[in-house]
Design a protein around this ligand. Structure first.
Ligand code: ATP
Length: 468
């Protein structure tokens, strides 16, 4: 059997994955019957299973396996002052362009000024756009040096809402959160006061975030609504960098345990740090267009809690009862998107090969991540004794193994192909021998090889392979 890795066909891989996602119920474009809605996607029946497995894996590694990290589920809406304190509402009207090559977002007025064109942020959008287009040949992206920009747009990433405004008044807008970590910072004191946590400790959360991305693209990679998995780890100031190194190492191990081909992953150090950050690295995945950010691990100093102490007027320093010291904890964080991880896993798992003289597509997912763990088939649909035996096997296994499917549609070859495309690791077939010998064939997804296994033994065998 020859396995063509994605590297042989990276040009078409994106289209193939998007098409498989739709065809097999992983991901649908949002609002499709109304011609769609840019930057948002819906996870279908298979997608939601894979997505939940990825989140459960993250929760296991970032909360359940750790005595020093607790979970949180904070609200999407928060007091708008939070976004002021965090710095997100500043520059609300900045005119921006985005580099289509490297996604850098750059102040259009500043770029114009840099080449000697008189411009300022208060100019109307159309005027700035005209100036930018007139001078585009002279302007290079400061990050990648290329010339391929979106239009100038005055915008802020935060998505505004009119929550609580019933009067059409000029009430200040509330926002849909642009990142989940702010909900963690503002609950720092609650967690310290209600749990037996001692610095260093972390708070982890998974939840939706919303950003007014000017050009949502690359499928799940850059959307306007997406989910984040973030863990903020509060440290003593002098331990920030040693904890940072530990977190980097731990996340690498956790990511590898998802079954990634390690050669598709790499670290990328940030060259341009925000003023308060000590160090920042991304874990990059080799997406169909090349290596790009999958998650970030950042050392953020004490910026976040300092800002919220100032903004709220509440003291967010930590009192160490053993040493009697008081300090504002420093933070190291890991921050990743569910959609980006989902897409990376799909790229990594997508395989094409030849089996029994036919080409096939299959998802080589780690069994614990597969949306369906096992499928049970009667060899023939029109033999009641096979169907009833297969149902019996299905019911017995389904007590312990979920989710599973029972399939008697079409011929056996088609059923295998359907399961291969969604990454089902085991297909169990009940045939005439099963009626006498109380055994079944178990087909391995990756090799296509079949083995006879006694019905009494299959449960334990599959269970061992699918635990997260
Ligand atoms: P980028 O530079 O690609 O815009 P970022 O550095 O702004 O990303 P962060 O603000 O650090 O991203 O967010 C942390 C993680 O959240 C990212 O690593 C990514 O996995 C995810 N993420 C951020 N923006 C989006 C988006 N628009 N769509 C999907 N996932 C996103």
């Amino acid at each position: 059997m020859s396995e063509n890795s994605k590297k042989n066909d990276s040009a078409g891989l994106m289209e193939k994955i998007v098409s498989l996602c739709k065809r097999r119920g992983f991901v649908y474009p949002s609002s499709e019957i109304y011609s769609g809605f840019a930057g948002v996607y819906d996870y279908g029946p298979m997608g939601v299973e894979l997505e939940n497995n990825l989140k459960a894996h993250w929760w296991k590694w970032m909360v359940h396996k750790r005595q020093d990290i607790v979970g949180l589920d904070s609200s999407i809406f928060m007091n708008p002052q939070i976004w002021e304190a965090s710095g997100h509402t500043k520059g609300f009207f900045d005119p921006m362009v985005e580099c289509k090559e490297c996604n850098a977002r750059i102040r259009a007025d500043k770029m114009l000024e840099d080449i000697g064109v008189k411009a300022d942020e208060k100019m109307p959008e159309e005027k700035l756009n005209g100036l930018f287009q007139e001078n585009e040949q002279k302007i290079k992206c400061p990050k990648c040096g290329k010339r391929n920009f979106t239009k100038v747009k005055k915008f802020n990433l935060l998505v505004k809402s009119n929550l609580g405004d019933f009067t059409d008044s000029n009430m200040a807008p509330s926002y849909l959160r642009g990142e989940t970590c702010q909900g963690i910072y503002v609950n720092f004191k609650n967690v310290v006061d209600s749990q037996h946590v001692k610095v260093p400790f972390g708070i982890a959360q998974i939840g939706k975030a919303f950003r007014n991305e000017i050009s949502p693209r690359q499928f799940l990679f850059r959307g306007r609504e997406f989910e984040q998995m973030e863990m903020q780890y509060f440290t003593r100031p002098e331990e920030e960098m040693s904890e940072y190194e530990k977190l980097k190492e731990y996340r690498w191990k956790a990511i590898l345990s998802l079954g990634f081909d390690e050669s598709n992953l790499r670290w990328k150090k940030h060259d341009n740090l925000v003023f308060y950050a000590k160090e920042a690295y991304d874990v990059e995945y080799n997406f169909p267009w090349g290596f790009d950010e999958m998650e970030g691990i950042h050392a953020r100093g004490n910026y976040d809690l300092t800002q919220h102490s100032k903004g709220s007027g509440k003291d967010l320093s930590y009192h160490d009862s053993e040493t009697n010291e008081k300090f504002i904890p420093h933070i190291v964080e890991s921050s990743g998107g569910v959609g980006r991880l989902f897409f990376a896993i799909m790229c990594d798992a997508y395989k094409e090969d030849e089996l029994g003289g036919e080409t096939r597509v299959y998802l080589k997912l780690k069994p614990s991540l597969a949306p369906v763990k096992a499928a049970v088939f009667p060899l023939l649909k029109n033999k009641p004794e096979l169907v009833s035996k297969a149902k019996e096997v299905f019911d017995m296994l389904n007590e312990e193994i979920q989710p599973m499917v029972f399939d008697d549609n079409g011929n056996i070859g088609k059923r295998y192909r359907r399961q291969d495309e969604i990454g089902t690791p085991y297909c169990i077939t009940v045939d005439f021998d099963s009626l006498e010998k109380n055994d079944v064939t178990v087909r391995d997804r990756d090799t296509g090889k079949q083995e006879r296994v006694s019905i009494a033994d299959i449960g334990a065998r599959i269970k061992g392979a699918i635990s997260l």
